[in-house]
Design a protein around this ligand. Structure first.
Ligand code: FDA
Length: 580
């Protein structure tokens, strides 16, 4: 049998797989990526692309490309709750941090911004970058089975064009093969949660809806209609993919009542129902089904095989964190694999993928599940009957609008219920507070900071080891440069002030000498390479001017030294992080 050799075999070219391949190839690691289909995602699927994902794309040099294809934050922001596009508005929210109060916190957290980038536009960017940087991409090629031994993984794959079956021998395998992961199944990785809790119909269509949306631009309109609350997501959602002409309608169904027949007629009916006007011409692009899952692995690796993305965490699009977390899994894993494969780290570094990402998966799936609880108060406030009866529904909507003093409390209750759904569109903490506690993080002996606000919703910046590097604007030659541009790109970086430059540069030279690892040292402050023009690095770095932040390739603080008397410890700290 033919055997093809590589360092890393990535199964799947979705957001998780394509990110891993692009990062590994950027580091010169021989990589093969399989996709059982002949193309990238064939529908818009995920779209919310959060700041942390944009940071990963920026690290890969792909942020501008992503922005060029995305709908920007301001266009996303008017989240409307309504009976239909033409019907009664129950209320609006400023979602995705567009409210001035939250916009400030969003902008202070990162040099990047959240945007709406449909998955069928994100994937081509990543897949093409991976290919251009060296990944061998095998389309219409599927993983059948694999075995592993002390030195590597042998995968049986099948070319679906010729039917030819052959072997790929890799040092490591990443199962980024989605929510029905064969890799998870074959490894027997433990899962917790439930699959198939409900069903949804997705309808992608084209229609000119500018007259209904241009005055309230939103990437999502949430509809409560007769029959909602019945199976599936329980709501109708209209998503704007391309203003104001390409959309996706999502409508729940009860799988216990059978699988709906997916016809253009059904798609048109759902689209018209959410628009609230049967006369609007719609052209159906696709009608498909997806099921509601709440499940995560409790272990994401076994030996030389890792799982990333939906393979490791499956949940509804509530919060829009699925593809984002998939990208971020790979950002955590890729630099670790690259360091081990280059002989710069021991295998223990790979174990930290488990310690760092399993808690993220568990927290994510739990959060999404709990967030469903913010929707029922809307149904209650509208006093909707538990049936799909149109007359009873119309009567309920008419009743709340009767201008009596008795109804005032109900109207207040509805306004509160609308505001109560904010968590769906506000998960800054979930994306930016992925705090790591593992052997790849060395604490400085100080107590960990405690967040003042709920860390699932609010980002709390800190340079405590294990946190995401804080965002600060510096200048160089009078031009603004964000701190994040000094770190990442597969390298470890030391950030220090002018009086720390000499000691930390010597410490980095010692690391090069002892460990063969190149650590970049950047100096920030008056008269230094980068100027702390706004004084924010000095104020928020949590160290003396001659102290240092050691930043891992994934922008996470790996260690913090209060002053340069600790510089001699850099070699030992990196020995621990890298398992040397
Ligand atoms: P993904 O499923 O994308 O990719 C799996 C890959 O593995 C594919 O390339 C497939 O061909 C390949 N594959 C599978 N088995 C294979 C085999 N045996 N051999 C070879 N290849 C194999 N997320 C989000 O962040 N924001 C959002 O707004 C939304 N919205 C949203 C809406 C809707 C309607 C859906 C259905 C989903 C979302 N999501 C989302 C979720 C998002 O789509 C999902 O989290 C990502 O696609 C997961 O990316 P992965 O790369 O893990 O798997």
């Amino acid at each position: 049998m033919t055997t093809v050799e590589t360092d890393v075999l990535v199964v799947g070219s979705g957001p998780a797989g394509a990110t891993a391949a692009a990062l590994l190839s950027s580091q010169g690691i021989p990589t093969i990526m399989l996709n059982r289909y002949g193309s990238v995602a064939n529908s818009p699927r995920a779209h919310i692309t959060n700041q942390r994902t944009m940071e990963v794309l920026r690290d890969l040099g792909l942020e501008d490309q992503a922005k060029a294809w995305a709908m920007d934050q301001e266009m996303m922001g008017t989240t409307v709750w309504a009976s239909s596009l033409t019907g009664m508005e129950f209320g609006r929210l400023r979602g995705w941090y567009t409210h001035p109060e939250w916009k400030g916190q969003h902008d202070l957290a990162s040099a990047t911004a959240i945007c709406d980038l449909p998955q069928d536009r994100l994937e081509p960017i990543l897949v093409s970058a991976a290919g251009l940087r060296g990944t061998t991409q095998l389309l219409k090629t599927e993983l059948l089975t694999f075995t592993q031994d002390a030195d590597g993984v042998t995968a049986q794959v099948r070319d679906r064009v010729t039917g030819h079956t052959y072997e790929i021998r890799a040092k490591y395998l990443i199962g980024a093969d989605g929510g029905r992961s064969a890799v998870v199944e074959q490894l027997g990785l433990p899962l917790e949660g439930e699959m198939g809790e409900g069903g949804n119909i997705n309808v992608v269509f084209e229609a000119d809806l500018s007259h209904l949306l241009a005055h309230r631009p939103a990437d999502m309109i949430w509809m409560i209609q007769p029959g909602t609350g019945h199976g599936g997501l329980g709501l109708g959602v209209l998503r704007m993919i391309q203003p104001y002409k390409r959309f996706m309608a999502t409508w729940g169904y009860d799988p216990a009542e059978g699988t709906p027949e997916l016809t253009d007629e059904l798609g048109t009916r759902i689209a018209h129902q959410l628009i609230g006007d049967d006369t609007v011409p719609v052209t159906i692009e696709s009608v498909s089904l997806w099921s509601v899952n709440h499940m995560n692995v409790t272990d994401n690796m076994s030996g030389r095989v890792f799982v990333a993305g939906d393979a490791a965490h499956r949940h509804t699009p509530m919060h829009g964190l699925g593809s984002n977390t998939s990208v971020q899994d790979s950002f955590n894993l890729a630099w670790k694999l690259a360091h081990v494969l280059k002989g710069l780290a021991g295998p223990g570094l790979l174990e930290t993928y488990r310690a760092e990402r399993v808690p993220v998966a568990r927290k994510l799936v739990g959060r999404v599940h709990r967030t469903f609880g913010v929707v029922p108060p809307m149904f209650r406030a509208l006093r909707l009957p538990p049936t799909a009866d149109r007359d009873a529904y119309d009567a309920a909507l008419a009743a709340i609008q009767v201008p009596t003093k008795e109804n005032a409390a109900q109207r207040r209750e509805l306004a509160d219920a609308v505001l109560g759904t904010l968590p769906i569109f506000h998960t800054h903490g979930m994306e930016m507070n992925q705090i790591y506690d593992s052997t790849a993080v060395v604490t400085d002996g100080l107590p960990a900071p405690r967040p003042e606000k709920d860390p699932e919703f609010w980002y709390f910046p800190s340079t405590f080891p294990g946190h995401h590097l804080i965002h600060i604007w510096l200048t160089r030659d009078q031009r603004k440069v964000p701190l994040i541009d000094l770190v990442g790109k597969g390298r470890f970086t030391v950030l220090t002030g002018p009086s720390g430059a000499a000691d930390w540069t010597s410490a980095a030279a010692l690391v090069q000498d002892k460990l063969g690892l190149e650590v970049t040292v950047h100096t920030i402050g008056l008269g230094a390479e980068y100027q702390d023009t706004y004084g924010t690095f000095g104020r928020h770095a949590g160290i003396a001017e001659d102290g240092a932040l050691l930043v891992r390739p994934d922008h996470m603080v790996g260690w913090r030294a209060q002053d340069s008397t600790h510089a001699s410890r850099l070699v030992d700290v990196l020995r621990q992080i890298l398992d040397r």
